[in-house]
Write a protein that binds this ligand. Structure first.
Ligand SMILES: [Zn+2]
Length: 400
């Protein structure tokens, strides 16, 4: 993969037919480099019909998930790729199927960490952030929810074209398209009609969560926050930028999964706005989101963060202590120990620093790195308390 260029903007025009599962797409990338005679993008098995560079047809090769474009470019340039086919998720041994996937009635995109090339050609690195224009045409009974603000929804006969704009820089894995027969259960919360009442109850405290997290972490970083609940069950909910997706199984009318509602929302600060420069820093996403579950529990009259920490510690003590969460190997990026021990790391730091300094640190972290990409070292530099953090992040044994 060629890292010697950057992409600033993706304009994606997609036409999707749920019944035949056929996608026709056009991706226009605005990129820049110093000088190259060829460059590569990640792109899955969809069939490419044409590649234009700066408006002129370019020679290209497309194999093994890589689109190699042979064109001399210098400074700012545009790449225009036309493609079509039946999108399929990217299968991985570690994380199962990623990216564009069909639902019983509609489709879902959940790309973390490497599924984005299943539906558009991209520079698929977590540090590579760009603005997006997403235009999706689908049959009119379907609702299309994408990242960002809906700027236009045009009905023309049997189809509707939904246009969204995500102006804030976004990593490729956080770009998403959700297509289904959804109704609005709450403002910006989409669900199948049969789940409307349960969803309205279970997501009813989301505004209070946004208020809590805004007071602890700083202002909510995007213009809006949407949720989609699919009619199908999902293994886990997934965060996208300005949007999270839950399965029908995460809704019970008793807020049985509210912990996850808080977790996905917290990713808007930790993971989405403050992104990671590489996947090995994943505890900065998952540890913080997991800790946010405990903060919500504490603030909403549930278990205190101390009690949540004690339970997590108990759980970790009974698991192998052979993982360095500050630098996990690829197979363990999403290991539960990264989540739980990451949260415990923050709890230990909070107890050492005291609440005022600790939450001031989190606000400084979010403000300084808003819409950027960070590393664990960046956090150590800002937080100090290096001895404590070293024991939690870079030693496998669980600290006392
Ligand atoms: Zn998470």
């Amino acid at each position: 993969m060629d890292m010697s260029f950057s992409v600033h903007h993706y304009a994606l025009e997609l036409d999707y037919k749920p019944h035949s599962a056929r996608l026709t797409g056009r991706a226009v990338l605005q990129a820049s480099c110093s000088s190259l005679s060829s460059f590569s993008l990640s792109f899955g098995p969809l069939r490419i019909s044409k590649v234009l560079v700066n408006g002129r047809p370019a020679r290209y090769g497309h194999a093994g998930g890589v689109l190699n474009v042979r064109a001399a470019v210098r400074g700012a340039f545009t790449v225009d790729v036309r493609y079509s086919g039946t999108p399929k998720p990217i299968s991985t041994p570690e994380w199962g199927d990623l990216g564009w996937d069909e639902l019983t009635d509609g489709s879902i995109v959940a790309s973390q960490p490497i599924g984005a090339p299943s539906w558009f050609p991209c520079l698929d690195e977590p540090w590579s952030k760009a603005s997006y224009h997403l235009e999706v045409t689908a049959p009119s009974p379907y609702t299309v929810v994408c990242n960002g603000v809906l700027v236009d929804g045009k009905v023309s006969g049997s189809t509707t074209r939904w246009t969204y704009s995500m102006a804030e820089p976004m990593a490729t894995y956080l770009a998403t398209v959700q297509i289904g027969q959804y109704v609005e259960a709450l403002p910006d919360v989409w669900a199948p009609a049969r789940l409307r009442r349960l969803v309205a109850h279970d997501f009813g405290r989301q505004d209070a969560m946004i208020e809590l997290f805004s007071s602890l972490f700083g202002p909510y970083p995007f213009p809006r926050y949407s949720v989609v609940v699919t009619d199908d069950a999902l293994d886990v909910p997934v965060e996208a930028q300005g949007l999270s997706t839950f399965g029908a199984n995460h809704v019970d009318g008793r807020r049985g999964s509210e912990r996850l509602v808080a977790h996905e929302l917290a990713h808007q600060w930790f993971g989405n706005s403050v992104g990671i420069a590489d996947w090995e820093h994943i505890w900065l996403n998952e540890g913080f989101a997991c800790y946010s579950e405990w903060l919500w529990s504490e603030a909403s009259g549930g278990r205190s963060a101390d009690a949540c920490a004690a339970a997590a510690r108990d759980l970790l003590r009974r698991q192998p202590q052979n993982l360095v969460i500050g630098r996990p190997p690829r197979a363990d990026w999403f290991d539960d120990r990264v989540y739980k021990r990451g949260a415990l790391t923050l709890h230990a730091l909070r107890r050492e620093m005291g609440d005022d300094s600790f939450f001031a640190l989190l606000r400084e972290w979010c403000a300084r790195n808003r819409h950027g990409s960070v590393t664990t070292e960046d956090f150590l530099l800002l937080a100090g308390h290096r001895d404590l953090l070293d024991r939690w992040l870079f030693k496998p044994e669980l600290p006392r």
